[in-house]
Design a protein. Structure first.
Length: 90
């Protein structure tokens, strides 16, 4: 992130905050129409939703893999316990 943007005064009035932006950013924002602004807002919401779903899917996969490994370990332990009660091979 550009240091000039990160150091903006968030409590300043919008017009004063715009003056702190780089010239290229101000020119870009000045050329936006209402439809463009609505599209940008929708895009930000879409990206946030995708990130949320991505995080959920990541933890779902991690949880599923943990469950599978746990079931395998439990199965091996049960087989070892059953082997304790079998007669030794002759």
């Amino acid at each position: 992130m550009d240091g000039r943007i990160a150091n903006m005064d968030e409590t300043a009035k919008p017009a004063e905050r715009m003056a702190e932006l780089p010239e290229e950013t101000r020119e870009f924002l000045a050329q936006l129409r209402e439809e463009d602004i609505a599209t940008l807002k929708d895009g930000v919401r879409l990206v946030n939703a995708i990130r949320t779903v991505g995080t959920f899917m990541k933890w779902l996969i991690v949880g599923f893999l943990g469950f599978v490994v746990g079931v395998v370990m439990l199965g091996e332990s049960v087989l070892k316990i059953i082997a304790w009660f079998r007669p030794p091979p002759v």
